[in-house]
Design a protein around this ligand. Structure first.
Ligand code: NDP
Ligand code: GDR
Length: 376
C-alpha cells in the first residue's frame, strides 16, 4: 500500500499545523496515570519547568487525586497550569477527543494496571489497558494528524526482563516476562518501537527499574513494609506478613526517575533507555533497614514458609512469611545498568537505598501518628 493511501485514512493530517519545531515551543504535556505515584512527581517537575499540564483521570466513586492535592493548595495566590480530563486507556474515542482538544507537545503514558500480582488475577484487563491502551494512545495521536508533532513517552519496565538471562540488565538484554503484566508491557514496548519505525514518530521507551517514595501505593512491598514498621512501632499492628523475601530489586526514588522521563523527550532523536541505580537488594534487607530506622533490630528464624523475623529486644515476632503473597511465577533478580542514560541523558539517581528507606519510614511514622491524633 502506498503511503498516500495510508495518509488518506487520517483526514486530520491535512490540518494547517505549524512546523513541529514551532508546535513544541508551546510546552503542553498530557499525562495518562497522573493520579499515580509517578504522575504526581512528573506533574510537579513539568509545572516547575513552565509546562501547561493536562492529566487523564478515571471517574471514581471515591477521591482519587490525593497525590496532586498539594499542587492546588495555593492556587488562589499563584494560579497553576494544571487541568484534568476524564478518560480511560480502554476508550479510544475519548483519547482522540482529549488529544484533539489539548494538542499536547509531549505525552507521557504512565497509566496502567501496575500491580504484578494483581495481573495474574486480572490478566485480560491488564492486557487491554497496559498493552492495547498504549496502541490506542499512539493511534489517537495519528488520528489527530499529530504524529510528527507530539513526543511520546512509554512507561516500560524492568519486568520485561523477568527470568534472569544476564545481569546487569541493559537496553540490549533479551526480554523474558514472567507475568501477564510483563507480557502486556512487552506488547506496549514493541508497539512503541514499531510506530517510531513505521511512522517516524518521536516515541521512547523508558525501561525503568523499581522506584519508590512515600507516595508509593500501599500494596507494593516497600510501602507495605514502611507503613507496617511505623504501625508496629506505635502498637497499632503486631505483625507484617510478606511473600518472597528473597526476591531482589534495584530500587530508586521516583522523583529521580521522572526527571529521566522528561530528559528522554528532550533528545535530538528518540531512543530507549534504562533507568536504574546499578545496585540490588533483597526484600529482607529492606525489612531489616526499615525496622533499623526506628532502632528495632530483626533476627530471622526458620526457613521457607516457616521463616519469621523477631524483634531482638522484645522477642516478639514482627514479620512472618505468608504464602498467600507468593506469585505463580516470580521475577527473582533485577539489577539494571543505567550507563546509556548516564552517558546520553546526563541522568544519575541522586537518592541511595538507605536514604530511600529512611524517607519512607519517617513519612509513614508521621502519617500514622497524625492518624492517631485525628482519631482522638
Ligand atoms: P501507579 O499504580 O501508582 O499509577 C498508575 C496510574 O494509572 C494511576 O493514575 C491509575 O489511575 C492509572 N490507571 C490505571 N488504569 C487505568 C486506565 N484503565 N486508564 C487510565 N489510567 C489508568 O503506578 P506508578 O506511578 O508507580 O507507575 C507509573 C507507570 O510506570 C505505570 O505504567 C507502571 O506500570 C510503570 N512502571 C512503574 C515502575 C515503578 O517502580 N513505579 C517501574 C517501571 C514501570 P487511578 O489512580 O484511578 O487508579
Ligand atoms: P514489583 O513490585 O512486582 O517488582 O513491580 P512489588 O513491590 O509488588 O514486589 C517486589 C518484590 O517483592 C516481593 N514481595 C511482595 N510484594 C508485594 N507487593 N507484597 C508482598 O507482601 C510481598 N512480599 C514479597 C514480590 O514477590 C516481588 O518479588 C513493581 C511495579 O511498580 C511494576 O508496575 C513495575 O513495572 C515494577 O515494579 C518495575
Amino acid at each position: 500500500m502506498s503511503s498516500s493511501v495510508v495518509d488518506a485514512a487520517f483526514p486530520f493530517a491535512s490540518l494547517n499545523l505549524p512546523s513541529p519545531e514551532e508546535y513544541r515551543k508551546r510546552k503542553v504535556a498530557l499525562i495518562s496515570g497522573i493520579t499515580g505515584q509517578d504522575g504526581s512527581y512528573l506533574t510537579e517537575l513539568l509545572l516547575s519547568k513552565g509546562y501547561e499540564v493536562h492529566g487523564i483521570i478515571r471517574r471514581s466513586s471515591s477521591f482519587n487525586t490525593g497525590r496532586l492535592q498539594h499542587l492546588y493548595a495555593d492556587e488562589h495566590e499563584r494560579p497553576i497550569k494544571l487541568k484534568m480530563h476524564y478518560g480511560d486507556l480502554s476508550d479510544s474515542t475519548n483519547l482522540v477527543y482529549i488529544i484533539a482538544q489539548v494538542k499536547p507537545s509531549e505525552i507521557y503514558n504512565l497509566g496502567a494496571q501496575s500491580h504484578v500480582k494483581v495481573s495474574f488475577e486480572m490478566a485480560e484487563y491488564t492486557g487491554d489497558v497496559d498493552g492495547l491502551g498504549t496502541l490506542r494512545l499512539l493511534d489517537a495521536i495519528r488520528t489527530c494528524g499529530l504524529e510528527k508533532h507530539i513526543r511520546f513517552y512509554q512507561a516500560s519496565t524492568s519486568e520485561l526482563y523477568g527470568k534472569v538471562v544476564e545481569t546487569p540488565q541493559s537496553e540490549t538484554t533479551p526480554f523474558y516476562p514472567r507475568s501477564p503484566y510483563g507480557v502486556a508491557k512487552l506488547y506496549a514496548y514493541w508497539i512503541t518501537v514499531n510506530y517510531r519505525e513505521a511512522y517516524g514518530m518521536y516515541a521512547c521507551n523508558g525501561i525503568l527499574f523499581n522506584h519508590e517514595s512515600p507516595r508509593r501505593g500501599r500494596t507494593f512491598v516497600t510501602r507495605k513494609i514502611s507503613r507496617a514498621v511505623a504501625d508496629i512501632s506505635l502498637g497499632k499492628q503486631s505483625c507484617l506478613y510478606l511473600g518472597n523475601i528473597d526476591a531482589q530489586r534495584d530500587w530508586g526514588h521516583a522523583r529521580d526517575y521522572v526527571e529521566g522521563m522528561w530528559r528522554m523527550l528532550q533528545q535530538p532523536a528518540p531512543e530507549d533507555f534504562v533507568l536504574a541505580t546499578g545496585e540490588t537488594h533483597p526484600v529482607r534487607e529492606y525489612v531489616e533497614k526499615a525496622f533499623g530506622v526506628l532502632d528495632i533490630q530483626i533476627q530471622w528464624r526458620g526457613t521457607g514458609t516457616d521463616e519469621e523475623g523477631v524483634d531482638v529486644k522484645t522477642g516478639k515476632t514482627v514479620v512472618k512469611v505468608d504464602p498467600r503473597y507468593f506469585r505463580p511465577a516470580e521475577v527473582e533478580l533485577l539489577l539494571g545498568n543505567p550507563a546509556k542514560a548516564e552517558r546520553l541523558l546526563g541522568w544519575k539517581r541522586k537518592v541511595d537505598f538507605d536514604s530511600l528507606v529512611k524517607e519512607m519510614v519517617e513519612a509513614d511514622l508521621l502519617a500514622s501518628k497524625s492518624l492517631v491524633e485525628d482519631q482522638n
